[in-house]
Design a protein around this ligand. Sequence first.
Ligand SMILES: Nc1nc2c(ncn2[C@@H]2O[C@H](COP(=O)(O)OP(=O)(O)OP(=O)(O)O)[C@@H](O)[C@H]2O)c(=O)[nH]1
Ligand SMILES: [Mg+2]
Length: 380
Amino acid sequence: MDASVNRIPSSRDEKSFLLSIQLPDMSREEAEYSLEELKMLVTTAGGLVCESRIIRRKKYDSSFIAGKGFWEESASMFDELGVKLVVLDVNNLRPGQIRNIEEKLNVRVIGRTEIILDIFACRARSHEAQMQVELAKLSYMLPRLKGYGSVLSRQGGGIGSRGAGESMLEKDRRHIQKRITTIKSSLKKVQNHRSLTRKSRKGAITCAVAGYTNAGKSTLINSLAGDDLFVENRLFATLESYTRSAYIGNNRTMLLTDTVGFIRNLPHDLIASFRSTFEEITAADIILHVVDCNSIDIGSNISTVEAELDRIEGEKLSVILYFNKADAVSEDFRRDLSSQYPNAVFGSALKKSGLADLMEALNSAFEDVAGRKYPHYLNL
Ligand SMILES: Nc1nc2c(ncn2[C@@H]2O[C@H](COP(=O)(O)OP(=O)(O)OP(=O)(O)O)[C@@H](O)[C@H]2O)c(=O)[nH]1
Ligand SMILES: [Mg+2]
């Protein structure tokens, strides 16, 4: 295994300053929620958030994102707090913008995309996931290569600079392109194997357990299938898809596949390179959309996942909306949600409550799918 791909955070407790920019098309709540999520991302990556701000701007400053003045005013605060890392709640920062702020403040600067790529790099366990992360990182870097130059050579490890790719940075574009081609062809082999495995499941009814990251997908599979998949109160605990067989009552079993969680603005390059993992969703008969009903922004979590699912799988035969963590919310709140989403099933994967309702929903989806796709099933 290439150690650089799967390095344990080298900069635990790296003191970080987080900045979110509220643009005119964004409400205060949206900016706050996005900042909260960024905090969770930074913590997941092993950083320590010591200060965060939301500032309002008409648009991003083309050279400094937040405007030169803001950084000048912040410099003494950074010194006092010992800030080593600035994390901007902005996707797809340009290398020039990073360099401008870094030179002004003598701190490292990264954006939301880099931090998500970094978490994926730290979390990837299987060879396939490691290759997928490397591919995403190289594809992200390739168009930015020209601007990186000095920025990258000064980074030397830490959040946002981990994962495969660092060793390639000084080499030229052609080498990176060659590496991308090699990874793509290795991934193709793994994918072929994966699709053979999927074919061997032919006849069984399959259900992809999908949803926002940290919603409780793996916990749910553990409860339904009596398994021991990795669960953690951090983002992107699962980067591989696992399939488990679960008994759903009525003498029926269903194959449940755990999937990588979604998040707002999941980097495009990651989606592209994790395509084969997401193909588990495309190939499934049923989608079990798990929602954390204790999350602060349920509505937008649901729409983020639905938008990604639409992009990945188009129209699905059967989707079950399951509100997890019902144990963590009040009865009133639950009633409100239930009237808003009348078809949703509520339960707690952790406390194993409401599982009977979920099994009932799985059974009716099973019948629906079996009736349409495999009529002989219903006659068994
Ligand atoms: N209170 C409560 N916590 C839960 C429940 N289900 C899961 N959790 C907790 O939520 C956290 C995330 O659970 P996971 O099962 O790892 O979530 P996931 O959706 O697989 O997350 P990723 O793989 O990171 O996308 C863990 O700390 C779980 O213990 C539940 O029903 N109630
Ligand atoms: Mg998981």
